[in-house]
Design a protein around this ligand. Structure first.
Ligand code: AP5
Ligand code: ZN
Length: 214
């Protein structure tokens, strides 16, 4: 099963993608996580990506596409994968389709996690992320057991640099301009499914399982 998670920044794509990956035993591929891991490791890619991420801008397609194509070509992706944060532009979507067409394949589902902008800014200001293991929390809806400490690995959890309110607003603008057109793109391919992302997380997941099959 090959799945794309669509949705605004903070809509809950990552939260749902992790659960989908567990339930259906497919890899979770998050371009944001890949960039943050590179940044932490001090690679050239990480340094370049940070320049864009900190401004709320998209990392250029030429840095992003090859990385994803390499990843989905790996052995563990043979039975499918869930893409979280990719594609984010029409050229990225076209590159993905072209790469899959070469091996006579295509995406199965594009799931749009729909959340209005008003809810987004709230969510992002409450999000806390572990930059060590990638776990995400929310100070109200998913608090850590010990305040400020990751349940999974014990590292400190922090507000991501790009979750500052001004940057969130810019990310939302960029989303509406560059990413939202993908909704029509996948509607035309007949693989778009929309779920109401304002519901509690478990309900959102139930709605997704209903689409994908138990
Ligand atoms: P990325 O890491 O992909 O950020 P994003 O798309 O902006 O998405 P987020 O991770 O912010 O949110 P999410 O939808 O996963 O929500 P989450 O589950 O965490 O990308 C970061 C940057 O990298 C980009 O800005 C760009 O610069 C660059 N980049 C990445 N991919 C790129 C690409 N393809 N091309 C170019 N550049 C790229 O949930 C948010 C919060 O809400 C959490 O605290 C969570 O606990 C809480 N929450 C989740 N669901 C619910 C719910 N149902 N109810 C209440 N709270 C909830
Ligand atoms: Zn952790």
């Amino acid at each position: 099963m090959k799945i794309i998670m669509l949705g605004a920044p903070g809509a809950g794509k990552g939260t749902q993608a992790k659960q989908i990956a567990d339930k259906y035993s497919i890899p979770h591929i998050s371009t944001g996580d890949i960039f943050r891991a590179n940044l932490k490791a001090g690679t050239e890619l990480g340094k370049k990506a940070k320049e864009y991420m900190d401004q709320g801008l998209l990392v250029p397609d030429e840095l992003t596409c090859d990385l994803v194509m390499d990843r989905i070509g790996q052995d563990d992706c043979k039975n499918g994968f869930v893409l979280d944060g990719f594609p984010r532009t029409i050229p990225q979507a076209e590159a993905l389709d072209a790469a899959l067409a070469k091996i006579s394949q295509s995406m199965d589902y594009a799931i749009d996690v729909d959340v209005p902008d008003e809810n987004i800014v709230n969510r992002m200001s409450g999000r806390r992320a572990c930059l060590n293991c990638g776990a995400t929390y929310h100070i109200v809806s998913i608090p850590t057991k010990v305040e400020g400490v990751c349940d999974r690995c014990g590292n400190q959890v922090v507000l991501r640099d790009d979750d500052q309110p001004e940057t969130v607003k810019k990310r939302l603008d960029v989303y509406h301009e560059q990413t939202q057109p993908l909704i029509d793109y996948y509607k035309k391919q007949n693989i778009l499914k929309t779920v109401d992302g304002t519901q509690p997380m478990e309900k959102v997941f139930d709605a997704i399982v209903e689409i994908l099959g138990a």
